[in-house]
Each structure stands twice: as C-alpha cells, then as structure tokens.
Design a protein around this ligand. Structure first.
Ligand SMILES: Cc1cc2nc3c(=O)[nH]c(=O)nc-3n(C[C@H](O)[C@H](O)[C@H](O)COP(=O)(O)OP(=O)(O)OC[C@H]3O[C@@H](n4cnc5c(N)ncnc54)[C@H](O)[C@@H]3O)c2cc1C
Length: 481
C-alpha cells in the first residue's frame, strides 16, 4: 500500500541515537537516506517543506496535477532505480517517443536516441558518416578524469565548424536539462549527452506524486524517520566534527547524529549551515570561485475536463530566435522554451487530464529586484508569450484552458531555499567543494545537484548512492575508532 501524498509530520518522538541525519528530501537526499538505511544505519530525514521531493515536485490546481520537473530523463534511470529503489519504481519508467524541435534553423521530430541522431546528422544536416561516428566515439569515451580545459565550444568547433544549426541541435536540449553553455568543460557535455543518447528520453508513469509516494513508502519500510515542515538552521560541530543539527519548526531543538548529509545546496550548506569559519583558507578560496547555475521560469496550463488536445509530441523544444545563444535562452523575455505535453497516458489510473508546462531557463537577478507591480506585470506578459507560442502548435487552445499558473526564479527559491533559485546546483567547480566537504569537517557531507554532471533526476539519484557509500565508510571507520 502506498501512503497518501500529503503525509504531514508524524507526532511520534525522535530517537536520540541517529547514525545519520539527511537535510532535505530532493532525489539526492531521498536516495542517500535509503542507501544508508539499507546498510543498517539509523536515519532521520528532515525536510523544511510540507511535501517530500524537493524540485521533483508537483502541485494541484483546480482539477489538475502539474508536474514541475518531470520532462524527461535518460534511460540510465531504469538501471539505477532497479538497483537502488526496486522493481515497482523501475517498471513505471516509460519512453517519450516524440521529441520535437522547431526553430528558424530546423524543424524535426526525433526519438532523441543515438541511432536517430546519427541518421539526422547525416540526412538532415549533411554531415559525413565518418565525422558523426567520430563525434559519438569521442563523447562516449569522455570521463571525469579527462582534460577539463577543453570547452564544449571547442568540441563543437572541432567536429562541426561554423554549423550553428548543429550546435543548436546538440546543445539546446542539454541547456534546458542542466543549464550548460558553450563555455562549460566539454566532459560535462559529453557525459550528460551520452547518457541521453543511450536510448532516448524517459518519464515516470503515474507522475511525480506517485514516484515520491513510492519512495516515501520504501523509506518508511526501511525504518527511516521522516519529518517534514522541519527546517535545519545549523549543522552543529564539536572540535570540527559533526555532532548533529539544530532545527526549527515542529521539532525545534538539537538532534544528535554521527553524520550529517546536507541536500540543501552546496553554497547554503557551506555558508549558512556550517559557516565558512569552520573551513581552511584554501577551501574558502576555492569556495569563493563557485558559480551558481541558472534558475527557471514555468507556465502551467490545465485543459478543462471533457476537452482534449491532439497529439503534437511529448516534449517540444521551440524557439523563434534566429540562432541559439545561452544568453538569449535565459533572457527574461526569451523567445525559446520547451513545452511538455502531459496526455492522460501519464496517469493512466486517474481521470483523464491534459496539462501543458512551458519551461524556460532564467536569471534570478532579472526577477529578484522587481517590485510587486512590476513582478505581476512581467509574469502576466510571460504567460501571454507562452500562450501565443502554444497556439502555434495548438490553434484555439486558449479557449480550452481553465487553469493557468506560473513560477519564476523567486518561486523556486521560496520553495527550495536554494541560492538564487538555482535549478541545477552549481557549475562544474562546485563538485570539488561538495566532494571535499567531509575532509574539512569530518562527518559532514553534501548530496544533490552540483557540478552539472551530478544534476537532474538521474544525476541526483546516482550522487545519492555515491555519497551514501562515503558516509557508510566513514561511519564504519568511526565506529572502529
Ligand atoms: C523547472 C525545472 C525543470 C527540471 N526538469 C528536469 C527534467 O526534466 N529532468 C531531470 O532529470 N531533471 C530536471 N530538473 C532538475 C531536477 O529536478 C533536479 O536536478 C533534482 O530534482 C534535484 O535534486 P536534489 O537532490 O539536488 O535536491 P532538490 O530537489 O534541490 O531538493 C533539496 C531539498 O532540500 C530542502 N532543504 C533546503 N534547505 C533545507 C533546510 N535548511 N532544512 C531542511 N530542508 C531543506 C528543500 O526544501 C528541498 O526539498 C528540473 C529542475 C527544474 C527547476
């Protein structure tokens, strides 16, 4: 039996001997908590929001359920979920077969798989088979330990010089997936693009609400204590080592634990939860160089019950911008957006529901300084731009819509507390900070979107497994001492 979605904080008392406290219930935090419980540790999971899932979230308006970050993930989720979350979750992963690109440079439909891209690059873009194959061999061979000075820009220039159309085909979807620009280390592009090229784009049948309910059920089965609406104010150290956390909300006070794993974003973890004073000057210098990734805007449309829309594809990368640039993609009044179309098949057990989510990359600073009237006006204009754009694909859809909602970088900050409402953690350099946290403050770990490659649903879950292994090793060593 899967428990109801909106389970609130239980009133049962907390234990006083947790091995590990996980701060935050994003996919990284949830997975880390699960793996630690599987390894036999006593785990407490604390979430400041009333709902688990972090950015893997959903909300209800009118008769509709809107998914926030369920637009697509790579096939790797199948194996990862089977190994770490079990068959029920694995079996609900299904492919999205119709991915549409529509911009002034090209319009095409693809499965977003390697075979299809090899075909498209040859047939539509006129690239020789030898070059296409060498490009794929190169990116598939990339790994974390490669030269990190090569930029994505250089990689594209080497294989497809002067071909801004091909650069757009290859980079635009990845920019939506993790905020990548041409200036990121090419390995981050290679790793993420190869993941998608494995077999295409996948989604979760039953929606985000069902996934998170199943994950919560698994955690409770493993004995993980979960408290929502409980915000961690501080990670408490003693002689530089983790001793527990101080919380506010329903369970305010100090909770001891031998290890603390923060899913609360690496910059907030270092600055607010631990405090920079706890770190060496060298660490602080490296930390000062960490760049936060961009945020997002979204507009959500619900189609009135009883109405329907034709199948126009599952995921549409649309733009009226002449050429792709990262700046134009994040611009407040961008002409580029994705449309995720949720047909009733996504929640086959529920009454038929059609929803559409327009997603845009965004700069937090563009939205942060607006007063309330400017903010309301900008939001309204954004909704109208999305609606006009949508009507290009679904003429007359306006009259079928009964619910419209929108989100900006301020919304993402408010619900997750992430600095500048970051959608994908930090740029590449954040990974080193995340990985070296526990060397500076023993017993303190970070998990969650960071360094581009460890972000997105698959990245966050996989990183949850990696960090849980580190924590498990540390707890065992510490017990031995
Ligand atoms: C608009 C949008 C669309 C996206 N689309 C996709 C997609 O289609 N496919 C994909 O793979 N990825 C997508 N992503 C990215 C993906 O959702 C994230 O990378 C992933 O869900 C992040 O997981 P995480 O573990 O980093 O934690 P997060 O989801 O960032 O969660 C962190 C949690 O910590 C909690 N927290 C913070 N501070 C505290 C505190 N002090 N005390 C207690 N709790 C705290 C927060 O409330 C939150 O629940 C999208 C993201 C956005 C914003």
């Amino acid at each position: 039996m899967v428990p109801p979605h909106h389970r609130m904080t239980s009133s049962s008392s907390l234990k006083n001997n947790y091995d590990a406290i996980v701060i935050g219930s994003g996919l990284g935090g949830l997975t880390c908590a699960k793996r630690l419980a599987d390894a036999g540790h006593q785990v407490l999971l604390l979430e400041q929001h009333f709902q688990l899932g972090g950015l893997a979230t959903w909300f209800k308006r009118g008769n509709h359920i809107f998914d926030v970050s369920l637009h697509g993930f790579p096939y790797g989720m199948v194996k990862t979920c089977r190994k770490y979350w079990g068959r029920t979750i694995q079996n609900s992963i299904v492919q999205l077969k119709n991915i549409v690109f529509d911009n002034p440079q090209f319009s095409l439909t693809t499965t977003f798989s390697k075979d299809d891209f090899i075909r498209l690059l040859q047939e539509r873009f006129g690239v020789s088979e030898a070059v296409v194959r060498e490009f794929f061999t190169t990116i598939e061979g990339m790994n974390f330990y490669d030269d990190q000075r090569l930029r994505t820009r250089d990689l594209f220039a080497r294989f497809f010089p002067g071909r801004s159309d091909i650069h757009r085909l290859l980079l635009e979807p990845i920019s939506y997936a993790n905020g990548s620009t041409l200036d990121e280390p090419a390995i981050t592009y290679g790793i993420v693009f190869s993941n998608f090229m494995n077999r295409g784009v996948f989604t979760f049948e039953g929606g985000t609400d069902r996934l998170i309910a199943l994950m919560e059920h698994e955690l409770r089965q493993q004995g993980v204590d979960i408290r929502t609406s409980t915000r961690v104010k501080r990670i408490v150290l003693e002689k530089g080592q983790a001793k527990g956390v101080e919380v506010s909300g329903t369970h305010s006070g100090f909770i001891p634990a031998r290890a603390v794993i923060s899913n609360a974003g690496i910059v907030n973890t270092v600055d607010n939860l631990v405090g920079q004073a706890a770190f060496t000057p060298d660490f602080r210098d490296r930390f000062a160089g960490v760049r936060i990734n961009n945020s997002s805007c979204q507009v959500y449309f619900g189609i009135r019950k009883g109405e329907s829309i034709p199948d126009i594809g599952d995921l549409l990368f649309t733009s009226t911008e002449k050429e792709f640039t990262s700046e134009a993609l994040r611009d407040m009044r961008t002409k580029s957006r994705t449309f995720s179309i949720y047909y009733p098949k996504i929640r086959p057990q529920a009454p038929p529901d059609y929803t559409i989510v327009a997603s845009m990359n965004a700069n937090y600073d563009d939205w942060a300084g607006l007063d309330s009237q400017e903010y309301a006006e900008e939001k309204e204009q954004m909704v109208e731009r999305c609606l006009c754009d949508l009507e290009r694909y679904l003429p007359g859809v306006r009259s079928k819509i009964d619910v419209i909602e929108s989100a900006t970088p301020r919304t993402f900050k408010r619900y997750t507390l992430h600095r500048k409402g970051s959608s994908f953690g930090t740029k590449f350099e954040g990974l080193d900070i995340s990985r070296s946290l526990h060397k500076e403050a023993p017993g303190v770990f970070h998990v969650g979107s960071v360094g581009i490659i460890m972000s997105g649903w698959l990245g966050a879950i996989n990183y949850g497994v990696i960090v849980a292994n580190d924590v498990d090793g540390w707890l065992r060593e510490e017990s031995a001492v």
